[in-house]
Design a protein around this ligand. Structure first.
Ligand code: HEM
Length: 400
């Protein structure tokens, strides 16, 4: 292993992407407030991450971080306009609308649709038997659900995954020229697509009990959002709503295939699916990193920090912190309490967490109910990402 004091998130050591957890453990123990070569701080302890999420002296505004990284490009405009990378009062206004549209009561009609989508996919999986879980299941469920909330017609949904992977891929700590170009192209194509969809929906309103696109368009009509803000928040929502949830389901199936005793316990006691989903979120967190910038001088992990300091919160490491979780490297579907940070905390805590949890529960619950064994056919390749943790493909054999 490299010396931990040389650790650099922008140039991760060999093997880090496949298995970052030994690195996280070493950082947590020897350098919990680690200064990276670019001057930013990397936090790996649970308590330090939680403190930062709740600290009013830190900001989510990413203009200083993304200006040099993206230049004056569509990617810069997108990422600095979406609510997640903004502070109040703009953030509060957009969040209030989304929180209303995504609260458990509002998504009830979506749950019925979700059950139908999952039942159909499970039948298809049974007919195939040997499947790539990512392609044939994990990526399909969330794209159907978030698309139906934003009234995207079924025939257009395939493009969303491609655009989303390119746009969220540009949030990696270090980018190639090709990733830049792909990300910029995806923002332009996605934006043009949404402009067309909004126009179409004005003429042909969707027959939907919870039309989030219409809710956001109404804010624009009342002058509460600019056109740029409308488009970029829709892009963000479509992206946020599906890649992370794809990884929750994909990582979940992988955890169950590699822990057959846990899968057996869940078949025996299906009610445990709720705590199992929380454990998957903790153990294989779909989003491993969060970022903040110090706006006013403050203390982080006992260290005085000046305004302008960039902070990376390592969710994946915080969720394996032995000071917070007993036997953190053990996958325990009955873990309680389990106050993981997979959805972050504080004012930016995930607004779609109720929906994500239901998707995880219904998808994994139905899979376990139908199939008595989930057998890995090969060791699955991990997607070459540091921020989002998921599998490129997951080949399994499913049997009743
Ligand atoms: C397992 C699935 C998911 C995970 C792990 C996840 C994770 C996160 C995290 C860590 C944040 C905080 C980002 C930050 O602090 O900078 C966040 C924010 C957000 N997520 Fe999720 N998310 C998931 C699913 C969803 C879904 C399904 C939706 C929408 C339907 C959604 C919509 C959002 C939105 C709008 C925000 C921004 C909230 C704000 O800035 O106030 N997410 N998510």
């Amino acid at each position: 292993m490299h010396a931990i004091e040389d650790f650099d998130l922008r140039r991760p050591p060999p093997g880090f992407i496949d298995d970052p957890f030994p690195w996280y453990a070493a950082l947590r123990e020897h350098a919990p407030v680690h200064r990276c070569p670019d001057g930013s701080l990397l936090l790996t302890r649970y308590d330090d991450c939680l403190d930062v999420y709740r600290n009013p002296a830190v900001s989510s505004d990413k203009r200083n971080l993304f200006g040099p990284k993206f230049g004056d490009t569509p990617l810069y405009r997108h990422h600095t306009t979406s609510l997640v990378f903004n502070d109040p009062p703009y953030h509060t206004r957009v969040r209030a609308t989304l929180a209303e549209a995504l609260k458990p009561r509002a998504i009830e009609p979506t749950v019925a649709a979700l059950e139908r989508v999952v039942a159909k996919l499970i039948d298809e999986l049974e007919a195939r038997r040997d499947v790539d879980v990512i392609e044939h299941f994990a990526s399909r469920v969330p794209v159907e659900i978030i698309s139906s909330l934003l009234t995207v017609p079924p025939e257009d949904r395939d493009d969303l995954r491609r655009w989303s992977l390119a746009i969220l891929g540009a949030l990696e700590p270090e980018l190639t020229a090709e990733q830049h170009a792909d990300g910029n192209r995806a923002v332009v194509e996605f934006g043009d697509y949404l402009r067309g969809l909004i126009e179409y929906r004005r003429a042909h309103p969707a027959d939907s009990p919870n039309d989030v696109l219409a809710t956001l368009t109404a804010l624009y009509d009342r002058g509460e959002l600019s056109e740029r803000e409308l488009i970029h928040n829709c892009i963000f929502l479509l992206n946020a709503g599906h890649e992370t949830t794809t990884n929750l389901i994909g990582n979940g199936v992988h955890c169950l295939a590699t822990h057959p005793e846990a899968a057996a316990r869940l078949r025996e006691r299906p009610a445990l699916i709720k705590s199992a989903v929380e454990e998957i979120l903790r153990f294989a967190s779909p989003n491993q990193l969060g970022n903040r910038e110090v706006a006013n001088a403050t203390t982080v992990g006992g260290l005085h920090v000046e305004p302008g300091t960039q902070i990376t919160l390592c969710i994946g490491a915080a969720n394996r912190d032995p000071a917070q979780f007993a036997h953190p490297d053990v996958f325990d579907v009955e873990r309680s309490p389990n106050h993981h940070l997979a959805f972050a905390s504080g004012i930016h805590a995930c607004v779609g967490m109720a929906l994500a949890r239901i998707e995880g529960k219904i998808a994994l619950g139905a899979l376990l109910e139908r199939f008595g064994t989930i057998e890995l056919r090969s060791s699955p390749p991990v997607r070459r990402r540091i921020r989002f943790r998921g599998l490129e493909r997951l080949d399994v054999t499913l049997s009743r």
